[in-house]
Design a protein around this ligand. Structure first.
Ligand code: FAD
Length: 392
């Protein structure tokens, strides 16, 4: 076998460009193929926490991330009439210097700029691939065929690379009994750097505003034990499903449903984790959501993608064969990925309590004194999970 010098990465969101950066720094060629026609802009608020903040610093993008922070400073839990029942500042969950919130599009832009040597190919995708033992022969949807030393699937929750190398998604999915939708809507409440959340049992409607983008973002999330096909249906059917679930819920919900009808960036998906026994097969390896999606309920998918890219590149560098590097990547990343997947269930219970009693209890906790806030911040599993990996 030969050293890895020529890598194909599928997916140009967070994990892909981050890996391209680290490979470029080590003199390894990176080609990034992305099915979208151009660089992704806009998007919702995501977090960099714990060790991912250190990775951003080592990449030289931390100042850019700080400059592009969403600026959301407060979160209020409201009732059906919009009255605040509880509130907390952005620093409740993690100490501020270890937790930065940024729009996904802003982060994608920073990561792209940090990998100037990478070759980006938009509007294309891997159609098939064949592992030849000493390389992978790839056929692209656009028709060309090329060989690479390694193929990295950084193509998200519904990874094409995973499907080609490991088979259908189903056995690797852990459905978290809920569906999420999000879109940009008019800022009708004239929010200014704040978020409002309204719950009924098993349902959440939220609106937030960041000075970094036009309008407001609206999010609807509901819990259900019935996993259906709705996430694979057309957007019109998904919007209809949301009207059935959320219609008449109260607060701003009916206006959100109406605004979703015109939203060009309407997003709907199941809340799902990816859990796999192995993240690589021969010369194909998975990175970020493709291999170990923790779900939006963990708030840690972006951090896993950034840290995963750093560790994968570090393990590949200077080795003669990819096999031991991929094994070492998995050994180092797996406990961290598992810990962060473990916080999705408490995250869901916090954001979308199942009963009226649980909603009241959560709000009472948030209203309680500084001691409980202190304990909540420093004792939280989230803060621990975010630091649970070594970069050296
Ligand atoms: C509503 C919502 C809220 C979230 N909130 C948070 C949060 O608060 N904090 C947090 O850390 N994370 C959050 N996340 C998760 C976060 O967005 C992901 O964990 C993170 O983006 C993972 O990055 P990735 O690069 O692995 O995958 P993705 O960002 O999913 O990127 C995959 C890329 O692959 C491309 N692609 C797909 N198929 C193909 C193909 N066939 N060929 C080529 N390219 C392809 C896609 O177009 C995309 O650009 C949230 C996610 C959602 C949906």
């Amino acid at each position: 076998m030969t050293a890895v010098r020529n890598v194909l990465i599928s997916g140009a969101s967070i994990a892909g460009p981050a890996l391209a950066h680290w490979l470029g720094r080590r003199g390894i060629r990176a080609v990034v193929v992305e099915k979208a026609a151009s660089r992704r802009t806009g998007g919702y608020a995501i977090d960099l926490r714990g060790k991912a903040v250190d990775v951003a610093e080592r990449m030289g993008v931390l100042d850019g991330v700080r400059a592009a922070k969403t600026g959301i400073t407060g979160v209020a839990m409201v009732d059906a009439d919009g009255r605040t029942r509880a509130s907390f500042g952005a620093g409740l969950v993690s100490a501020e210097e270890r937790s930065l919130e940024i729009l996904r599009g802003d982060l994608v832009g920073l990561l792209h700029d940090a990998a100037p040597d990478a070759e980006y190919r938009y509007g294309d995708s891997i159609e098939s691939m064949k592992d030849l033992g000493d390389g992978v022969s790839v056929r692209f949807a656009s028709g060309g065929e090329e060989s690479f030393d390694l193929v990295v699937g950084a193509d998200g929750l519904h990874s094409n690379t995973r499907a080609l190398a490991f088979g259908p998604e189903r056995p690797f999915r852990r459905f978290l009994d809920s569906y999420v939708s999000i879109a940009t809507v008019p800022n009708r409440l004239e929010l200014n750097g704040e978020a409002r959340l309204f719950n009924t049992p098993g349902r959440l409607a939220a609106l937030y505003h960041t000075p970094r983008s036009e309008g407001a973002k609206a999010l609807l999330l509901h819990r259900t034990r019935m996993e259906s096909e709705v996430d694979r249906q057309a957007p019109a059917a998904q919007r209809e499903h949301l009207r059935e679930v959320f219609g008449g819920m109260g607060w701003e919900t009916d206006r959100i449903l109406a605004d979703f009808a015109d939203a060009p960036d309407f997003y709907f998906d199941s809340v799902t984790q990816i859990r796999m026994g192995a993240w690589s097969k021969g010369r194909v390896v998975l990175l970020g959501d493709a291999g170990y999606c923790p779900s939006p309920m963990s708030g840690q998918g972006t951090s896993l993608a950034l840290v995963g890219a750093y560790i994968l590149a570090a393990e590949l560098a200077g080795r003669d064969e990819p096999g031991p590097a991929l094994a070492a990547y998995e050994r180092r990343m797996r406990p961290y990925a598992t810990a962060n997947q473990g916080i999705a269930d408490p995250g869901l219970d916090f954001l979308v309590p199942k009963s009226g009693f649980a909603i009241g209890a959560r709000n009472a906790l948030l209203r309680s004194g500084p001691l409980l806030r202190f304990l909540s911040r420093f004792d939280s599993r989230l803060s621990h999970a975010a630091e649970a990996v070594s970069l050296d």
